[in-house]
Each structure stands twice: as structure tokens, then as C-alpha cells.
Design a binder for this molecule. Structure first.
Ligand SMILES: Nc1ncnc2c1ncn2[C@@H]1O[C@H](COP(=O)(O)OP(=O)(O)OP(=O)(O)O)[C@@H](O)[C@H]1O
Length: 524
């Protein structure tokens, strides 16, 4: 269980720091309870200081609450259509107030066609129900009017001695874990006032290493004012606010390809719908492509695209934000493999085996990886797929921690040995078809997903490219084969890019053919 969830304060007294602010908030709650309506509460402050925690403690004081993410367009529509009305009507039952919690109000879209702050301001002004809003950026111009109509509570960073004390007396004491005092102090200091990140870092280090060592701390946590890798991943997966995501990516000093691996590892832990997972992996695969280009061309400008795809792209792949607490974990497969270049190539070796045996593009192969993780949980299926793809032991380890039991291997090899050649052939194609059957067909069409993510329904994705020049956009469009015109322009410009596009269309044809062939059941 995630420690930040386990030790999430349930009462105001348990919330660390911000003593004066807590008093103001408690008084706001008391006044509402005395039937004395108050302006909306706006909690502004740095990440991981307890704003959401406080909002939930407040929620316990009211009979009902509704929680929305203001920067999420769908939430915003919901807000207008349902809350807009109820916020301005008194409850029929006196004190039965419905608390409205709105996170990321500094990420709300400004213009009218996207809902906008105007409508939100109207609701805030007219609301007869308690509203709590949260934001990170005190100086965001999106908050100018909201601030005028709200009771603003500026939350401070948590001081490092308080963080240290909390980690020691609450978290470690309860977990019955002893750590080096000096290293703990260092961790508290490095968290830059972000209590959540300090807890996450502590848990990750203790669980991964079995103890808290200075070396491990130095390798994961960052210098002051920079986000830790865990925070960046949390931000990318949980937020839909482009500015927050961008800032977090920017402030992270880690090796960007490692950040990508962390994000990739955590996508299926946070996102629930296949469509979102698939879109997110599309974005990862685009980021990966640009890392590859950076390496081959030594042009570091490509890093920026990689960073936008894995940050904003992944963040925007979710339809809605999830209100759950998934544990951010390190990239298992990559940690196991170490980070040497030779070993990291393992991932690409698997993908190319899939390309050869399953006739899919490398891009699609990467998209299938998370599904393999699930399929490989079954011993027989793991053996059959591994045998079909001719995976080596270390490649199997990529998808499952445990070895395939010897008894299963012996049993399956015996079955296979007794098959005639034509039966073997049929069996191999049934494995291939079986894999495809387990994956929604639309998830296998990489190019569709990219096009979809550029559709006008998903406006926020377009925001990613707001500050790209026309030329840069042209190049990206051609890489993603979005339109023929830019494709041919780029072809003339760069032979490397044209090779990508051509091989992509070859793969598309192969996929179309495969789609037609997929008729039989997954017959394991
Ligand atoms: N002041 C605090 N006291 C005790 N625990 C805290 C405090 N702040 C954060 N935490 C821990 O960190 C977790 C996350 O905090 P929370 O979600 O409230 O932060 P936040 O300020 O809302 O961050 P964000 O701006 O990123 O949404 C909590 O579940 C809790 O475990």
C-alpha cells in the first residue's frame, strides 16, 4: 500500500505545518456549519503540502461532496451542467450542504469555446453551496478573478524539520523501520517542502533497497527545487494541466530516457481504459523514436519532442483524471536489466522478434508489451508465447518476474514434440491469432491512435504543439504521417524520415492483412 495513502491525515490536527492557515480553514468550516455562507475557499500552494488532504478533511464535515478536476474539460462541462444549478440552490434540508471540491483551477481553460473561467467565476459568485478550490500557481493569471471572489489561503511549503519529524514519528515508527538519522534528514531537506514526495521517496528506497542508504538517496532524489522522478511521473499520470506537467518535466534533472521508462512502467497502473493505455503507449513510442533520433543524429533538440510526447502526450491520453492512489514504481524490467546499453537493447530485441513473427511494426510491438505482462501471468500462456517468439530466459523475465516452472516447460515441450509438422504450424498461427484476439483490434492500429489524439475533440493535445514553429510542426506531422503533403515535403527534405514513413505504410498493409486473417480462437 502506498504510504501517502496509508498515513493520509484524517483530522486537521494531523496535518503537518501551515498552522495559521489551518485555523482559517477550520473557522471557514465552522461558519458554514452555523449556516453562515462563506465565499469559496481557494487553497493555493506547492505540490504535496496537503491541499487535497485538507479538502477531504473538510468534506467529512459536510453531508455530501463532489470532486472535480477543473482543468479537465469533461469535469468542466459536468460542473456547468449539474453543479452550476445545485451550487446556486439552497439544499431543501437546511444544513445538508453539498461541498464542491475543485482541483487544478489554475489549469482551467481560459477561452469561451472550451468552457472557460468566465462560467466558473459566475458559479463561484452565485454559489450557495460551499466550494473548495485548489491550485499550485499563486501568480497564474487564470486565478485573477477567482481570487477576487474567494477566500484565498496561501499554503506554505512544509519545513524540513517538520518533514523529518513526520517521517520519523509517524511513518517509520508505524512501519517499525529504523533508518540512519542523517540520511533521513538529508531526504527531508531535499524534498523542498513537498511532504508527499518525501514519503514516496522514502517508501520507494526502503522497499527497493531494504534500507535507506545515502547512495540510493543520491541516485533518486534531486537537488533543491527540482522534482523527483516519482513526482514527475505522478504529475504526468494524474494531471491534465499542461503547465503543471511541463513544469514538472522541466524541473526534473534525471536522464530523460529513464523518466520515460518510469512513466511507461506506471501507465497501466494508473490508466484503466484500454484506449487510454494504448494512446499513452503511442506517445511513449513517439518519445522513444525521438530519443533514438537524438542518439543517431546527436541533435539534442529532438529531446524536447521526446519530452513533450512522454509528458504532455501521456498526460493527455486520459479522458478523465483518476481519483485513486496508485503506487508509483520504478521501471521493473529496466531495473532488473540494469542500465547498460547492451541490456537495454533487450527491449528492442523482443520488439523485433515480435515484428518478425507477428508481422507488426516495432511501434505496435511496444504497444503490445503491457498486454504481454498480463498474458504472461499464466504459466502455459507464457511458455507458448515465449516458444512462438523464441524468447530467451532474460527476455521472458521482461514480462514476468518468476521463471516458468520446470514442470510446465516439460509438459508443454512434450505436447509440442508429439505434434506433426502441419499441426505445429497451425498451433503457431493460433498463438499469433490468440494474442491478437486478446488485444482490441483498434489498439493494434498505431497510426489511428495518433490521428485520433490530434482530433478536435481532444483540444488539449493540440496545446502540446502551441509553441512549436510551423517547420517543427510540419516535421512532426510528417513523422506521424498525418498528411500526405507534409509527408512528401519531408521526404524531399530528409531521407531518414522518408524511410520511416515508407516502412510505416508497409506495416499498415501487413496489419490490414492480419486483421482479415484473425478468425480463430485463442486456443491455449
Ligand atoms: N501537511 C501534510 N501533513 C501530512 N501529510 C501530508 C501533508 N501534505 C501532504 N501529505 C501527504 O502527502 C499526500 C499527498 O498530499 P496532498 O494530495 O494533500 O497534496 P497536495 O498539496 O494536494 O498536492 P497537489 O498540489 O500535487 O495536488 C497525502 O496523502 C499525505 O500522505
Amino acid at each position: 500500500m502506498l504510504w501517502t495513502d496509508k498515513y493520509r491525515p484524517k483530522r486537521f490536527e494531523d496535518v503537518v505545518g501551515n498552522v495559521k492557515q489551518k485555523k482559517i480553514i477550520q473557522s471557514w468550516v465552522e461558519k458554514w456549519k452555523d449556516d453562515n455562507p462563506q465565499p469559496p475557499l481557494l487553497l493555493i500552494g506547492p505540490a504535496g503540502t496537503g491541499k487535497t488532504t485538507i479538502a477531504h478533511i473538510i468534506a467529512d464535515e459536510f453531508s455530501e461532496y463532489i470532486e472535480l478536476n477543473a482543468s479537465d474539460k469533461r469535469s468542466h462541462d459536468l460542473l456547468i451542467s449539474t453543479i452550476g444549478e445545485s451550487a446556486s440552490t439552497y439544499s431543501l434540508f437546511g444544513n445538508n450542504r453539498k461541498l464542491i471540491i475543485m482541483d487544478e483551477v489554475d489549469g482551467i481553460h481560459g477561452t469561451n469555446d472550451r468552457g472557460g473561467t468566465k462560467a466558473l467565476n459566475k458559479i463561484i459568485k452565485e454559489s450557495k453551496q460551499p466550494i473548495v478550490m485548489m491550485a499550485n500557481d499563486f501568480y497564474s493569471n487564470k486565478l485573477t478573478t477567482i481570487k477576487k471572489n474567494a477566500q484565498v489561503v496561501k499554503m506554505d511549503k512544509i519545513k524540513s524539520p517538520s518533514i523529518n519529524k513526520y517521517l520519523r514519528d509517524v511513518v517509520l515508527k508505524n512501519e517499525e523501520i529504523e533508518v540512519d538519522k542523517e540520511v533521513l534528514k538529508k531526504l527531508a531537506k531535499r524534498s523542498s517542502g513537498d511532504l508527499r514526495s518525501s514519503i514516496n521517496t522514502l517508501q520507494a528506497l526502503v522497499e527497493n533497497e531494504g534500507e535507506l542508504t545515502e547512495e540510493a538517496l543520491d541516485s533518486t532524489s534531486q537537488k533543491d527545487n527540482t522534482s523527483t522522478i516519482f513526482d514527475t511521473v505522478t504529475r504526468v499520470l494524474k494531471s491534465k494541466n499542461p503547465e503543471h506537467v511541463k513544469r514538472s518535466m522541466f524541473e526534473n534533472n534525471e536522464d530523460p530516457s529513464l523518466v520515460m521508462e518510469y512513466i511507461a512502467e506506471n501507465i497501466p497502473r494508473e490508466y484503466e481504459s484500454n484506449k487510454e493505455v494504448k494512446k499513452a503507449y503511442e506517445m511513449i513510442s513517439q518519445a522513444d523514436l525521438y530519443f533514438g533520433r537524438t542518439r543517431s543524429s546527436q541533435y539534442y533538440g529532438y529531446w524536447r519532442y521526446a519530452s513533450d510526447f512522454m509528458g504532455l502526450g501521456v498526460s493527455n491520453s486520459k479522458v478523465d483524471t483518476y481519483r485513486k492512489f496508485s503506487k508509483v514504481v520504478g521501471p521493473m524490467a529496466f531495473t532488473m536489466m540494469g542500465r547498460t546499453r547492451g541490456k537495454r537493447a533487450l527491449r528492442d530485441v523482443i520488439a523485433s522478434k515480435m515484428e518478425e513473427k507477428m508481422h507488426v511494426s516495432l511501434q505496435v510491438a511496444y504497444t503490445i508489451f503491457p498486454y504481454f505482462e498480463i498474458m504472461f501471468e499464466n504459466d502455459e500462456v507464457a511458455w507458448e508465447i515465449s516458444d512462438f517468439l523464441e524468447l530467451e530466459d532474460d527476455e521472458i523475465k521482461f514480462f514476468r518476474k518468476k521463471k516458468i516452472p520446470k514442470a510446465i516447460i516439460t509438459k508443454m515441450e512434450k505436447i509440442k514434440a508429439e505434434m506433426r509438422e502441419d499441426e505445429k504450424e497451425q498451433w503457431r498461427s493460433s498463438i499469433k491469432e490468440g494474442i491478437f484476439r486478446e488485444i482490441p483490434p483498434q489498439d493494434l492500429k498505431a497510426s489511428d491512435a495518433v490521428e485520433e489524439s490530434f482530433s478536435h475533440e481532444n483540444d488539449t493535445v493540440l496545446d502540446i504543439f502551441d509553441d512549436f514553429s510551423d517547420e517543427e510542426l510540419d516535421e512532426i506531422a510528417s513523422d506521424l504521417s498525418l498528411n500526405d503533403k507534409s509527408k512528401s515535403k519531408s521526404r524531399a527534405k530528409k531521407s531518414r524520415d522518408s524511410e520511416d514513413v515508407e516502412s510505416k505504410s508497409r506495416e499498415d498493409k501487413k496489419e490490414e492483412k492480419l486483421d482479415k486473417e484473425q478468425t480463430t480462437l485463442f486456443s491455449f
